[in-house]
Design a binder for this molecule. Structure first.
Ligand SMILES: [Fe+2]
Length: 372
């Protein structure tokens, strides 16, 4: 059986103040937002009676279990019935956990040792064009004990509303745009080749890939500033990709990038990109006649290349957006390749189940080694 659905209601607004008017954010609301985003966009839209949390005062890099425990301790006396999160994917992922009746101990929650009950309304507002977290039921944290990212995927983590406001992307620096939009592309391609993909999820995957590649082609020709009129398209494309992978799942690219991201603090989209073409070239070699054949035809048409050269063409096009680096350039050692492989094979079965073809330990190690 295959299943497809879109759970949150998707609201689109032109301006942030309209969101404030619509939701009347105030008493009884917990709001995850950076001071910068608050001052720039929401100062007049969030009343002082709401409890505002600046995620950056808890962690400088990617979110961890330790940070969630610290937040839970700080808000334990505040009664709230709605959770708003306005930020990048990591902020949305953390906020999802606070719509649950019991969030901590968070490691127990992630190990599904707690009863998972959602008892607050959840409203997610992305400020990047990447994670698609606003439409998925997944929260990803770095669990410090295992030194890797780990995902909790349960329907109680779905938002009630996903709110899209392209205005929020106006100040997005090129580096964040690059990393987040490449992440969105990878959500689209990994969900396309997942065994859980359906005709419905593939429709969203394809449209997201087409929009992102076409935007990149414009940037490749006209320069980084050419992204600005396209930001609303990228926000929609990232949400399309979120809908696709929320249904069909991500796979080996994400699984194999997690140890790199966690150990060497490489931004999520960039870590994914370090793995992307290596994984797809292996898929191509292992089963060239499966659904990847149609994918390659589709990509070749957009990229204007032969079907057997799409992954080189992707690297060529993406080089205008973000430099691809070898794993050793991030500080990865030869010994890490074994450790990373071990972590992927033992801790990332949720994602590895969605691979286009099953990858065994030897094949995972070979991909890492080729990218080293
Ligand atoms: Fe991702």
């Amino acid at each position: 059986m295959k299943q497809f659905g879109i759970t949150p209601k998707i609201l689109e607004f032109d301006h942030c103040h309209e969101v404030g008017e619509h939701f009347q954010i105030g008493k009884g609301d917990l709001v995850f937002i950076s001071d910068r985003t608050y001052l720039q966009y929401f100062k007049d839209s969030i009343s002082d009676q709401a409890l505002r949390l600046n995620y950056r005062s808890y962690v400088s890099g990617e979110p961890t279990d330790v940070m969630v425990e610290a937040i839970a301790a700080d808000i334990k006396d505040y009664q709230y019935s709605r959770v708003f999160a306005i930020g990048g994917g990591t902020i949305l992922d953390v906020a999802k956990l606070f719509a649950l009746k019991q969030t901590v101990p968070v490691v127990a929650l992630f190990n599904k040792e707690l009863d998972i009950i959602k008892d607050k309304q959840l409203i997610l507002i992305p400020t990047t064009c990447g994670t698609g977290s606003e439409v998925t039921n997944i929260s990803i944290l770095e669990l410090t004990a295992i030194q890797s990212k780990f995902g909790l995927a349960v329907d109680q983590l779905y938002a009630d509303y996903a709110v899209l406001i392209p205005e929020l992307l106006n100040e997005l620096p090129m580096s964040v745009f690059a990393s987040s939009s490449i992440d969105a592309f990878i959500h689209a391609i990994e969900s396309y080749t997942s065994p859980k993909a359906s005709a419905f999820s593939q429709l969203y995957s394809k449209k997201a890939m087409e929009m992102i590649l076409s935007g990149y082609q414009t940037i490749a020709t006209a320069g980084a500033d050419a992204r600005k009129p396209l930001l609303a398209d990228f926000m929609i494309a990232a949400t399309f990709a979120g809908i696709a992978f929320g249904n069909a799942g991500c796979a080996a690219v994400h699984a194999m990038s997690y140890p790199l991201g966690a150990v060497y603090h490489v931004p999520h989209g960039e870590a994914n990109y370090a793995l992307l073409t290596g994984v797809y070239k292996s898929y191509q070699a292992l089963d060239p006649d499966g659904p990847i054949k149609e994918l390659n035809r589709f990509l070749a048409k957009i990229l204007g290349c032969q079907t057997d050269a799409v992954y080189q063409a992707i690297e060529q096009l993406f080089s205008h957006i973000l430099a691809k680096q070898a794993l050793r350039d991030y500080g990865v050692s030869k010994a890490d390749l074994e450790t990373f492989t071990e972590a992927v094979m033992t801790k990332q079965s949720r994602l590895m189940a969605n691979n286009y073809v099953p990858l065994n330990r030897q094949q995972v190690l070979e991909i890492y080694t080729k990218l080293y």
